[in-house]
Design a protein around this ligand. Structure first.
Ligand SMILES: [Zn+2]
Length: 433
C-alpha cells in the first residue's frame, strides 16, 4: 500500500471531532431557542398584540419547546447511532456477517444496503411514532390513525424497494464496472432518475397516498385562474389534496414540471383562509416560479451531487477512507480487480452517505440565508400581483394555526430558518386586513 498514505487515524479523529462539534452546536442553538421562547412566553409581542391571543401565543411557545426537547433526544440518538455504525464497527459487523452468509457479489452488496436501511428505520421508529401520536396529538395537529400510519409505512417501504433497489443495483454495477469515470455515469443516472421522479411524482406516486380533487368551480377558482393568467403561468390543473387525513398543518405547493405541472392546495389551507388570502399565498408561490428559485435550487442540487460523486469516486479508492471510518474493506477482492473500490462499493456508498452530512452541516446557515432571501423576493412579487394586506393576514393565520412561534431566537433563525420570521416578513407588508 505504498501509494496509500495512512490517514486513517487522522480521519477517525477528524470525524469524531466533527460529530461532537455538530452535537454541541445543535444543542447550543436548541438551548438558545428554548430560553428565548420561554422568556417571551408571558406576553404577545407588541406588533401582534391586536391579532394574536395570549392563549394562541402560549400554545405556540409550548409547541416550540416540546419540539426542541424531542430534537435534543433526536440529535443525541443520531450521534450515537452514527458512531455505532462507523467507529464502533456496526457497518463492518453487518458487512462481515452478510459476507459469511452470502459470499461476495452484487446480491451481498444490495443486502447490505437493505439491511442498513431496515436497521436505521427501526432505530428511528419509536421517536417518529412519539412525534406523531404523542407530540402532534397533544397539540391537536395529528389526524392519523394507527391504521393509516401502518398502511403509509407499508406503501412507502414497498415504493422505496421497488424504485430504490433497481437504482441501487445500477449504481453499484456502474461503480464496479464502468471504469475510472464510473462516478460521471452514476451521476448521469442519478440526475435522470431525479428528473423522472419529479415528472411521475404528481401523477403516479402522490395519488397513492392522498386524494386529489379538481378545485371546485366558483369564486376561488376564478380568482386563482385570473391570477395565474396575469402572471403568465400555465398549469395543467388546480387540485385540492386531503391533507387533513394526516395533519391539521396547512400548505400549498407546485409540483411536476413541463406538462405535468400542477398547483396543489391542502384542504386545510382552504378551510383556514378566505379567497383573498388564498390568492395572495398562491401569488407568493408564483413568485418563486417567476424568480426561478425552484430551477436554481435544482441546478444547485445537480452540481452538488456531481461534486459528491466525484469525491466518492476518489475516496472509494483510498484505503484510509474505509479504515478511518471503522470498516475493513475486502482487499483480496481488490487484487483481482481495478482497485480498492472493487467489491466494496456498497460500503463506500454507505460510509460516504454517513460521513458527508457531518461535515456539510456546517454550511447550513449559508443555504438558510439564501432561502430566506428567496422568500423575501416571493413576498415582494406577491405584493405586486395580489394584495399585500391579504398576504399579511394569511401569514398571521398560518402562523397561528400552525402554532409557529413569533419570538424565535435570532441565532437559531440565522442557522436553520428557511423562512424569515413573522416579524421580519410582516415589517415589509402593509397592515393585515
Ligand atoms: Zn415561499
Amino acid at each position: 500500500m505504498a501509494f496509500n498514505p495512512d490517514f486513517s487515524s487522522t480521519l477517525s479523529l477528524l470525524f469524531a471531532a466533527a460529530v461532537l462539534a455538530q452535537w454541541l452546536l445543535r444543542a447550543w442553538l436548541a438551548s438558545r431557542q428554548v430560553r428565548h421562547v420561554a422568556r417571551h412566553r408571558a406576553e404577545v409581542p407588541e406588533a401582534f398584540a391586536q391579532r394574536i391571543s395570549l392563549a394562541a401565543h402560549q400554545k405556540a411557545a409550548d409547541y416550540t419547546l416540546a419540539k426542541a426537547r424531542i430534537a435534543l433526544i433526536e440529535m443525541t440518538l443520531g450521534a450515537v447511532v452514527l458512531l455505532a455504525w462507523t467507529l464502533l464497527g456496526g457497518l463492518d459487523a453487518l458487512n462481515q456477517w452478510l459476507l459469511e452468509l452470502m459470499g461476495a457479489g452484487l446480491w451481498q452488496q444490495l443486502a447490505l444496503l437493505a439491511g442498513f436501511a431496515l436497521i436505521s428505520g427501526l432505530v428511528e421508529l419509536p421517536l417518529s411514532l412519539y412525534q406523531t401520536f404523542v407530540l402532534e396529538q397533544r397539540f391537536g395537529f395529528n389526524q392519523m390513525t394507527l391504521r393509516l400510519w401502518l398502511t403509509d409505512a407499508i406503501k412507502s417501504t414497498a415504493m422505496g424497494t421497488a424504485i430504490g433497489l433497481p437504482l441501487a443495483a445500477l449504481i453499484l454495477w456502474l461503480m464496479g464496472s464502468a471504469g475510472d469515470l464510473w462516478w460521471l455515469w452514476a451521476w448521469a443516472v442519478w440526475t435522470a432518475f431525479n428528473l423522472l421522479l419529479m415528472w411521475i411524482f404528481p401523477t403516479f406516486i402522490a395519488p397513492l397516498f392522498n386524494k386529489f380533487e379538481p378545485l371546485a368551480e366558483g369564486t376561488l377558482k376564478e380568482r386563482v385562474s385570473a391570477l395565474m393568467q396575469r402572471c403568465g403561468f400555465t398549469a395543467k390543473g388546480l387540485f385540492v389534496m386531503d391533507g387533513s387525513r394526516r395533519s391539521a398543518h396547512a400548505n400549498a405547493y407546485f409540483t411536476g414540471f413541463g406538462h405535468s405541472k400542477r398547483v396543489v392546495f391542502f384542504d386545510t389551507l382552504l378551510k383556514q383562509l378566505d379567497a383573498d388570502e388564498v390568492e395572495a399565498v398562491l401569488a407568493h408561490e408564483l413568485g418563486h416560479f417567476k424568480h426561478r428559485h425552484i430551477l436554481k435550487r435544482m441546478l444547485l442540487m445537480f452540481a452538488a451531487s456531481l461534486a459528491g460523486f466525484a469525491l466518492l469516486g476518489w475516496l472509494s479508492q483510498q484505503l484510509w477512507f474505509y479504515l478511518g471510518l471503522g470498516v475493513r474493506p475486502g482487499l483480496d477482492l481488490a487484487l483481482g480487480h481495478g482497485g480498492i473500490g472493487a467489491g466494496n462499493e456498497a460500503v463506500a456508498l454507505l460510509l460516504f452517505l454517513l460521513a458527508v452530512p457531518v461535515f456539510s452541516f456546517f454550511v447550513t446557515p449559508l443555504f438558510s440565508a439564501l432561502s430566506r432571501r428567496d422568500e423575501f423576493e416571493a413576498d415582494a412579487y406577491a405584493m405586486q400581483q395580489a394584495s399585500g394586506a391579504h398576504l399579511a393576514s394569511a401569514l398571521l393565520k398560518l402562523y397561528e394555526d400552525n402554532a409557529s412561534t413569533l419570538t424565535p431566537d435570532p441565532w437559531y433563525v440565522g442557522f436553520y430558518y428557511s423562512h424569515p420570521p413573522a416579524l421580519a416578513r410582516l415589517a415589509r407588508m402593509p397592515s393585515p386586513t
